[in-house]
Write a protein that binds this ligand. Structure first.
Ligand code: AMP
Length: 217
């Protein structure tokens, strides 16, 4: 199974990709996670990416296409993958098509999670992440604060630098102007699976698998 998962920041792509990755036994590749790891390790890539990410803008295509090429030609993704956060621009989508042609990947499915902007701002500005195990919490639903230890491992909860409201608005603007056209591009070329991302995690997962044909209605 080869999947691309799209949707605005905070719609739950990462959560759904992780579930699907476990269910199908294929790796979840998040370009945002790759960049955050580079930032926390202080690598050259991380140094270049940090300020761009904090402002809500996109890291240059050349860098991102290089990362995607490295991941997709690695043995770990030979049998399948879920790509989350890439492509985000038409140039990235075109480069990805070329990679798929070269690698002979013809069975790629596209999942789109949809939710409105106000809901995204509400969700992201109350999203906290455990700095130890990476588990994501919602302050409103999980009743945690930045001084509550991670309910799972006791680690420190933090707010991502790009989950501040002004940055969220910029990330949404970038999403609508640069990434939404790619979804139209894939929709015009074949089966794009669209799911209401406003539903519960379990329901969204069920609907994705139903539309992929891996679960009965
Ligand atoms: P995400 O976790 O997918 O929301 O990504 C966080 C940030 O990483 C984005 O706001 C961008 O600054 C950067 N980023 C991740 N993936 C890409 C990409 N494919 N192209 C450009 N920038 C990216």
């Amino acid at each position: 199974m080869r999947l691309l998962i799209f949707g605005p920041p905070g719609v739950g792509k990462g959560t759904q990709a992780k579930l699907l990755s476990e269910e199908f036994g294929i790796p979840h590749i998040s370009t945002g996670d790759t960049l955050r790891k580079a930032v926390s390790e202080g690598t050259e890539l991380g140094k270049q990416a940090k300020a761009i990410m904090d402002s809500g803008r996109l890291v240059p295509d050349g860098i991102m296409i290089g990362i995607a090429r490295e991941v997709l030609t690695a043995p770990a993704t030979a049998r399948g993958f879920i790509l989350d956060g890439f492509p985000r621009t038409i140039a990235q989508a075109e480069a990805l098509n070329e990679m798929f042609d070269q690698l002979g990947f013809t069975d790629v499915r596209v999942v789109v999670l949809e939710v409105n902007d106000d809901e995204i701002v509400r969700r992201l500005s109350s999203r906290y992440v455990c700095s130890t195990d990476g588990k994501i919490y919602n302050a409103l639903i999980d009743k945690v604060t930045l001084s509550t230890p991670c309910p799972q491992c006791g680690g420190k909860l933090i707010q991502r630098d790009d989950d501040k409201e002004s940055t969220i608005r910029e990330r949404l603007r970038v999403y609508h102007s640069q990434t939404a056209p790619i979804i139209r591009y894939y929709s015009e070329r074949g089966a794009t699976i669209k799911v209401d991302g406003g539903r519960s995690v379990e329901e969204v997962n069920r609907q994705i698998r139903q539309q992929l044909g891996t679960v009965n209605a």
